[in-house]
Design a protein around this ligand. Structure first.
Ligand SMILES: [Zn+2]
Length: 291
């Protein structure tokens, strides 16, 4: 259990304790409570067990209050565990903000490379299950077939994935793409072609016209990062950066919330000290009276 949970539970428990039916004895201060003269009525019962239980309960209350006071006093001294936590949170917030700035300010380290505008020729297209598409782009002849999970057939809500069964997308790679970027472009083209084939199938199913795409549409240079955008203008590496920033922003929100909670906790502990001291004086007197 975290200290915060512990505090909350302790607080609730404290409120539930029966105090109003006990005799209240003013002793004038915390220090004098233990040996203070006892003024008050004796418990109504003579049952020794009930008296022992009552005494134990009163003594426990004294211990609990002393513990609470110790915490409240430690909250008054600085640094304490709460101010130390606030300092940690401050440092974490500064670091996260700095990381966000670094990601946002990142300049494209490589210029975008455009691909030739070779037309995407649709040699054949069948939208009905199992869907199939044959494309010709430059030298590359590619065939995609719907991957049907036959076990799920009939229950399947979404169409099966279109998988490439023939053809070599490497033939789409211009010679001037540097070796260091070929893997990245290969991966991008793989996803880009799959997106294109999905789109073709959806258009055919809906009876919409098929657009005239070119290879350049499949991988257009991204001015933000130097990577490539897909058919729908989405750049995977920009998307990744966006997610990173969002995750960091979530962290900052969470850290700021914890910071506010911690500061409130310190203030609550400090504010309660006089009340706790009065309660302790009463509790000590009650416990002494019960003995
Ligand atoms: Zn980008």
């Amino acid at each position: 259990m975290s200290w915060l949970d512990f505090l909350k539970r302790h607080e609730q428990h404290d409120e539930e304790r029966p105090t109003r039916d006990l005799p209240i004895i003013r002793t004038g201060g915390v220090q004098s409570a233990a040996g203070a003269p006892v003024i008050g009525r004796r418990p109504a019962t003579d049952d020794p067990e009930a008296q022992a239980r009552r005494k134990a309960r009163l003594e426990q209350r004294v211990l609990d209050l002393r513990y609470d006071i110790q915490r409240a006093v430690s909250a008054l001294e600085e640094p304490n565990r709460w101010t130390e936590r606030v300092a940690e949170l401050d440092a974490a917030i500064v670091q996260a903000d700095r990381d966000i700035e670094t990601i946002r300010a990142a300049q494209p380290d490589t210029p975008g490379i455009p691909l030739p505008a070779w037309p995407v020729h649709i040699a054949s297209l069948r939208a009905a299950e199992p869907a199939e598409a044959q494309l010709r782009i430059g030298e590359a002849q590619l065939r995609y077939v719907e991957d049907i999970d036959w076990a799920e057939r009939g229950h399947q809500k979404t169409p099966g994935e279109m998988r490439r069964t023939e053809g070599d997308p490497d033939l789409l790679m211009p010679d001037d793409v540097p070796a260091a970027r070929r893997d990245e472009l290969r991966e991008h083209l793989g996803h880009g072609l799959a997106t294109l084939v999905d789109d073709l199938r959806e258009r055919a199913l809906d009876g919409r016209p098929l657009p005239e795409w070119t290879l350049a549409d499949l991988a257009s240079p991204c001015p933000e990062c130097g990577g490539w955008r897909d058919l729908r203008g989405r750049c995977p590496s920009c998307q990744r950066r966006k997610w990173q920033v969002e995750a960091l922003e979530d962290d900052v929100r969470r850290l700021r919330k914890e910071r506010i909670d911690t500061l409130e906790e310190i203030q609550t502990l400090r504010d309660r000290l006089p009340l706790l001291q009065r309660r302790l004086a009463d509790a000590e007197a009650n416990a002494a009276a019960a003995g």
